[in-house]
Write a protein that binds this ligand. Sequence first.
Ligand SMILES: Cc1ncc(COP(=O)(O)O)c(C=O)c1O
Length: 287
Amino acid sequence: MAARISGYEERLRGLTARDQYHLLEPITGPTNHRVTVRGRELIMLGSYSYLGLIGHPRIDAAATAAVAEWGTGAGGVRLLTGNTGLHERLEARLARFAGREDAVLYASGYVTNVAILSALAGPGDLVLMDMLDHASIVDGALLSGARWKTWRHGDMGHLERQLREAQGKYGTILVVADSTFSMDGDVLDLPRAAALCREHGARLVVDEAHSIGALGDDGKAFDLARELFDRGLFVCPIGHPAVPKGQARLRLTVMATHTDGELDFALAAIEEAGRALGLLQREAVGA
Ligand SMILES: Cc1ncc(COP(=O)(O)O)c(C=O)c1O
C-alpha cells in the first residue's frame, strides 16, 4: 500500500514538474455558453449541451415544478423503492422520440454502457470495439466477461477482417462504437458498420452520447488549455488514458446558444494562444 501511495506521489510530482497537473476548475452559478470561474466570466467551449438546452426557460420551469411535486430524490434504487411515474413517462417519451418499442433510463452514460454490454455479451462471446470508443465501452466489455478486440479507428476494412476471422468462433458478436466519437468529433460510418454486421450475423451497439438531436503532444494540449483559460475560454484538455499517449488534444464544443461574437472572440484567442506557444507560425486560421 505504501509503495502504491508513493507511486502516486511520484507521478504527481512528475506531472506538476511538467506543468501537466490539471486541476478541476469550480464553476459558480448556472452553466451555459458563458460560465463564471473564480469571479471571471469565460466563454464555455467544453460543454456537451450542444443544443444549448441547459438553462432553457421551459426546462428550468419543468425541473422546478418536478421538485415541487416529486421532491429531490427517490429514496432508493430504482429496482426497489425508486421507480416513479416520472421515470416511466420519460421512458415512454424517449421511446417515441427514437421510434422504438421501449426505452430504459440509466443514471449516466458510464452505467448505461456497463449495463448494456454486460447484458448483451458474456463468456463465450466477442465484443469488437473501435480503438477510440469511449472508456466506458471498454469497461463494459471487460466486465461482460466476453473476449474483446479493437479495430483501427474508423477503419471499416479492419472491422470486416475481424468479423470474418471471428466467424463461427463465438456465441454472440457485438460490434460497439461511438456514433460521434467523443474525443475527435468524427463520425462512425454507420451504414457500412450496419451492413457488415448484417453480413456477418453480428449485433451493432451505437453510443449516441454526442449525437442525439444534433493536437499534438500531451504537454502542449495542457499548456494551450491554460493559455486559453487566461484569455477567457473554458476548454478541456484531454490526455491519456482518455486518448492514446502522445495524442492529447483540446476538445472544443459549439453550443446553439453561442453568439457569433463569442465564437469570433474564441477564434482570435485560440490564434493568439497558438502563436504565444509557438504552435501557429504561419497565417491565421481562416485568414
Ligand atoms: C461516447 C460516450 N459514452 C459514454 C460516456 C459516459 O457518460 P457519463 O459521463 O454520463 O457517465 C461519455 C462521456 O463523455 C461519452 O462521451
